[in-house]
Design a protein around this ligand. Sequence first.
Ligand SMILES: Nc1nc2c(ncn2[C@@H]2O[C@H](COP(=O)(O)OP(=O)(O)OP(=O)(O)O)[C@@H](O)[C@H]2O)c(=O)[nH]1
Ligand SMILES: [Mg+2]
Length: 291
Amino acid sequence: MGSSSSKTATPSPFLENPWRQINYGRENPTDQHFVENYKPQVEEQHLRILLHGPVGAGKSSFINSVNSVLQKRVCCEALVANFCDCFTKKYATYKIKKGNTFYPFVLNDMMGLKDTTSRRNRRIHVKDVKQALKGHIKDGYTFNAENKLSKGERYYNRAPTENDKVHVLVCVVDANTVSLMSDSTVEAIQDVRDEATELEIPQVAIFTKIDEAFPEINQDVKNVYKSKSLQERIQQFSKRVGIPINCIFPVKNYHSETELNPDIDAIIMNAMRRIIEIGNDSLNRKLRSQT
Ligand SMILES: Nc1nc2c(ncn2[C@@H]2O[C@H](COP(=O)(O)OP(=O)(O)OP(=O)(O)O)[C@@H](O)[C@H]2O)c(=O)[nH]1
Ligand SMILES: [Mg+2]
């Protein structure tokens, strides 16, 4: 009796065809061109993008990454967590420089949601996000897990204009831990989504740290839409949270690099283009309903 030497082939981590197309490289910067030339229909109006999600997911890093691509150098304006468990505490609006002026979209950073947060504190967090969506929170407000922002406080904006209101809500999640997210965090994300839906604000999600989570992407970031595991993880998250797959964008943030990489830029700009398009549709709907 001879021993069998037949080996079972390891399944490929790659899909036969990518499930989305991205224009990589410097020759084809269609998405970046769109972002750089975006203008809202109404002069003086800007598009407000609010980032929320679990602590450490990469919200501040995404703001830095978008800023970096558009400034054409790695920037670190939004402070990023190192080893502490919750870094961003203050509400902040980030404008991105465009020559002597600014891009007509702004990104809002806020405190992340902790997995261990009690039910009461989660409710406070959701209420704070709701206030932010309606434009009631002024820059500089320090989030307090024990108390929501109340009318009459210094950082409460009583009369928000259309520019203060959020036009698209982005849920930022860490691709490494997204499938381990507790039911309570998912519930909080869904509660935030319900508030946004009530205000007719569209919602998208960003999957960060895809380089850390998937070796095939770490090896070459252009494998992002070829990775079977990433596609499965996005499908699972979509089912669990209710955000459609076509509104979920994987990104690799600039976190340790000191130089830009055109392939990373392309992925960040692809996500940013869709965020702007979705937000702009909602902004136009609002402006039409006001006339
Ligand atoms: N490898 C990798 N690391 C990332 C990526 N994005 C963010 N990080 C790292 O993840 C950690 C947390 O990132 P932050 O941007 O501070 O996360 P945050 O969501 O703003 O965190 P809070 O403000 O605490 O809610 C930092 O150490 C980043 O360097 C990514 O795409 N890839
Ligand atoms: Mg942060």
